[in-house]
Design a protein around this ligand. Structure first.
Ligand code: GDG
Length: 492
């Protein structure tokens, strides 16, 4: 089993004198203002959990968009600051973007073009030439910032996600012999029929093919990518090695299913602090007498939140005996609200909750509680411990970390997972109750099955799923990618 220590050892043994640079849109530490004071907060999420200790071990550089209101105040004239604040050991280098750049690159091309293009959720992508221009400009800004840091050194570079498709090619053109570049794609990669509509498809593919290593969550996304290259770009495809060869350059395509810090979550979820937080949430929402169904997502149309509400509605229609017996608690943090589709989704969810509660409520009981607030990490684990059933119903999802966090936090072996078959996580968590979010009857039947599952069988399945996440944890994900990356040799 991979641990944080193994990952740190790998870096210490193999990185040598080379520089290690991680690049992502989101930064690992953000500076905000609280009561007029500059405060440093650690970002959440799997990538930061895995790579923060790696960076601390190799004194690398993390390049990211400086999005915090107090970031400029906290950084030096080159946008740099040593982090973490309590034991400064690596450099965070911030790239500054104007409002127009953020709008065109992040909200526009990344999230109104690429995000819907890659997720099969029947939302049409919007390709604006203007957004594309900003996307290119911002990728170039990142490239220049990185090259400045590399100087005359040799560097391993690890890029994250769909915001930075053009970066690998730009980097390789600026410093052809000094860099080995890997890229991890956190969202699904679509099939050819879907991808071919993209007006900028050639530039995107050319950008990504400049990587030495390109990772996706699952084999299926790798296959889709290779199939598209086969149809769009002149190249040799080596299917045995899962590599694409072009003008003597090779890109390895590999699946690396991301995960969570199982041991860390498991341990903290058992702490007195989390237990107290769980009690507090239970009291706040008056849950003690009910079987509790949970949902937690960024409010995004790929997460299947309306479908989940409608499945609860169908469940209560078909099984009115469940009234006053169950409560569905949905937590949802507002996300990308400047984009009209996200605003419309928020309104749709509000209306559905109102309608379902009006239809089924009895005196003193209503079936759905919708809460829109950010939970602290401890509250998040407390929330997972609170429920009997966690429902993940994405229409399409690269992996889905909520499912794996829920499993990890249940060191009490309580709870059951209802999971969409269209998540990457469904390939590993085969002991969950899998559902099709588009099939309302089957979905509601799945929830019923979870409610009625005998304890012995439920515990057996939870134990198996916990083993899977424990083995395939976040450190294994990062370790596998870095082991492959460090095998590459620099060009002479
Ligand atoms: C992309 C891909 C892939 C949510 N609300 C709160 C909170 N969260 C955290 C969860 C979880 C994360 O946000 C969401 O991760 P997901 O994996 O579910 O989804 P995306 O954000 O869409 O991520 C996805 C992932 O990249 C990694 O590769 O799995 O498929 O779409 O960690 O816990 N965390 C806290 N408070 C909240 O209120 N602390």
């Amino acid at each position: 089993m991979w641990t944080k220590k193994d990952l740190q050892k790998l870096i210490k043994d193999k990185m040598g004198d080379y520089l290690f640079i991680v690049v992502s849109n989101r930064q690992p530490y953000v500076h905000v203002l609280k009561k007029g004071q500059v405060v440093c907060q650690r970002g959440a999420g799997g990538v930061i959990t895995a790579l923060d200790p790696v960076m601390q071990a190799c004194n690398g550089i993390w390049v990211a968009f400086g999005s915090g209101e107090a970031d400029r105040q906290a950084s030096d004239s080159e946008g740099k600051i040593m982090v973490p604040p309590d034991s400064p050991s690596y450099t965070l280098k911030r790239v500054w973007l104007s409002k127009e750049e953020e709008n065109g690159y992040y909200y526009g091309y990344s999230n109104e073009a690429l995000w819907p293009l890659c997720h099969m959720a029947f939302q049409r992508p919007t390709f604006r030439t203007n957004d594309w221009q900003y996307y290119k400009t911002v990728n170039e800004k990142f490239a220049k910032a990185i090259i400045k840091e590399v100087g005359k050194k040799r560097a391993f570079i690890w890029i994250q996600d769909y915001h930075l498709c053009l970066l690998p090619k730009m980097l390789k053109e600026m410093a052809p012999k000094q860099l080995v570049v890997a890229h991890f794609w956190h969202i699904p990669w679509p099939n050819y029929e879907t991808f071919r509509i993209c007006p900028q498809k050639k530039e995107i593919l050319e950008g990504l093919l400049a990587n030495d290593l390109l990772g996706f969550h699952i084999r299926y996304h790798c296959d889709n990518f290779i199939d598209i290259i086969d149809r769009e770009i002149e190249s040799k495809i080596d299917r045995e090695r899962f590599a694409i060869v072009r003008s003597k350059r090779e890109t390895l395509i590999r699946p690396y299913p991301i995960s969570v810090d199982f041991e860390g979550i498991s341990e903290i979820a058992n702490s007195a602090q989390v237990r107290d937080a769980s009690k507090a949430l239970e009291e706040e929402y008056g849950l003690s007498r009910y079987k509790v169904l949970l949902g937690l997502d960024r409010i995004d149309y790929t997460k299947g939140i309306p479908e989940r509400l409608l499945a609860v509605d169908r469940l209560l229609e078909k099984h009115p005996e469940l009234k006053e017996k169950i409560v569905f608690l949905q937590m949802g943090e507002i996300s990308r609200i400047h984009i009209p589709k996200y605003k419309a989704l928020n309104d749709e969810i509000n209306a559905l909750v109102e309608q379902i509660n009006w239809k089924h409520s009895t005196e003193g009981w209503k079936p759905v509680i919708l809460v829109r607030r950010h939970l602290s990490f401890h509250e998040l684990l407390a929330f997972y411990r609170l429920g009997d059933i966690c429902i993940v119903s994405s229409l399409h999802d690269g992996m889905n970390l909520v499912a794996k966090e829920f499993i990890s936090s249940r060191s009490d072996e309580g709870g059951m997972l209802v999971l969409s078959q269209f998540t990457g996580a469904a390939r590993e968590l085969i002991e969950s109750i899998t559902i099709n979010p588009y099939d309302r009857d089957q979905f509601s039947q799945g929830i019923l099955e979870a409610i009625k599952l005998p304890d012995k069988e439920r515990i057996r399945r939870m134990r198996k799923m916990r083993k899977v996440v424990q083995q395939n944890n976040i450190f294994r994900w990062a370790g596998k990618i870095l082991s492959e990356l460090l095998k590459f040799e620099f060009k002479e």
